[in-house]
Design a protein around this ligand. Structure first.
Ligand SMILES: *Cc1c(COP(=O)(O)O)cnc(C)c1O
Length: 371
């Protein structure tokens, strides 16, 4: 055996996630590991909670990071809020809506999928029709920022509709958080989950979530136990919220949480509104450059996410070869198309630390050489 330490290359990450992680966050993660019940660590967890409340713009007590990636945040919402035979309307306009459906089914609920074409935004009228047809619906789930297409959906009006019909609202903002405006309390969202590796630019593997009082009530009054032990919020609440000492639930990913703490601090220093504006401005800069290369966008201008740009692969250009060339010759990662968009689009992420002018110039010049 002649194995050596693994030294990864320096890539520029402009795909659908992970995004570039700053030196500051990497350094924070390299600090000494301490015990997860150490009072100093618990103090840091409390700070993370406050910083997450800022990022989500919420006062929800039940706000913390699930010790697993964004998909676990999704699963946590559905595992806790869906009871057997609950009807759940899913506003699906891309890849992640399909996964929501899977989750509802696995937790014994009845999914009612409202389909919109990939790349379009969600049609509220169709959701309202479904609500009229199924007045016993319990939950409406939607994806704020569909990473598979780059389409922005308006969780505020979906949540309002949900409440008008006595439903709770679950929102996926894995790619949305810190990249586009989001006000969890003002918009009255009941359950929301995100990820660390998109616009927060921390390392992958954690999922910030937040639950309203109404959502907490539903969880506390469940007739059946949550079917996942690890994600059962009744158990986790005492761990994250537990006043006067935390009891053991699982060993927290200590160093990953140092990284999240630092990334959230960077966001706080920049300011949420400034972060939203930076993502928007840099998107416009990329768009200008792409127009010069005659490359068009999948999504209508008014529904576009600044942090995820799905662009048509120019005619006659080989998808895989070009992406390989970008990676090997320019150390640049961009994303392939998913599902029905495979081979048709590329996805250029401008998320978090990756959303900067140097990256955009690097991307445009590399693309122009590679195609
Ligand atoms: C990335 C992503 C997820 C999953 O997050 P992971 O950290 O990869 O598990 C879920 N929903 C959306 C919209 C995403 O973009």
């Amino acid at each position: 055996m002649n194995q050596k330490s693994f030294i990864p290359p320096h890539r520029t990450l402009m795909g659908p996630g992970p995004s570039d992680v700053s030196e500051r966050v990497l350094k924070a993660m390299a600090r000494p590991t301490i015990g997860h019940l150490d009072p100093i660590f618990i103090q840091m967890m409390d700070e993370i909670k406050k910083l997450l409340q800022y990022a989500f713009q919420t006062n929800n007590e039940l706000t913390f990071a699930v010790s697993a990636p964004g998909m676990a945040g999704m699963e946590c919402c559905f595992a806790n809020l869906v009871e057997p035979d609950d009807k759940v309307i899913i506003a699906k306009n891309g890849f992640f809506g399909e996964r929501m459906k899977e989750n509802v089914e696995r937790f014994g609920g009845i999914p009612i999928v409202i389909d919109d074409d990939w790349g379009n935004k969600v049609d509220l009228n169709k959701i309202e029709e479904a609500l009229k047809e199924h007045p016993d619906t319990k939950i409406i789930a939607s994806v704020h920022a569909e990473t598979s297409t780059g389409a922005l959906t308006d969780p505020q009006s979906i949540t309002k509709l949900a409440h008008d019909y006595g439903c709770l609202s679950i929102v996926d903002t894995v790619t949305g958080l810190a990249g586009v405006p989001l006000m969890v309390d003002d918009w009255n969202i009941d359950a929301i989950y995100s990820g660390t590796q998109k616009c927060l630019s921390a390392s992958p593997g954690l999922s910030p979530i937040s639950f309203s009082e109404a959502a907490k009530e539903k969880i506390k009054n469940r007739k059946s136990k949550v079917k996942s032990w690890f994600l059962d919020l009744n158990l986790i609440m005492s761990y994250w919220e537990g006043e006067g000492g935390r009891s053991y639930h699982h060993t927290a990913p200590i160093n990953a949480l140092y990284g999240l703490h630092e990334a959230l601090l960077i966001l706080k220093e920049e300011g949420l509104e400034n972060s939203w504006k930076r993502h928007k401005d840099n998107h416009l800069l990329l768009k200008q450059g792409l127009e010069k290369l005659n490359i068009g966008f999948l999504v209508n201008e008014e529904d576009r996410l600044p942090q995820l740009n799905a662009i048509y692969i120019p005619e006659g250009v080989n998808d895989l070869e070009t992406r390989q060339k970008l990676l090997n010759d320019f150390n640049l990662e961009i994303g392939a198309g998913l599902g029905v968009l495979a081979g048709k689009v590329w996805r250029i992420g401008l998320m978090g630390q990756s959303s900067n002018k140097i990256n955009i110039e690097h991307c445009l010049s590399s693309l122009s050489k590679a195609i």
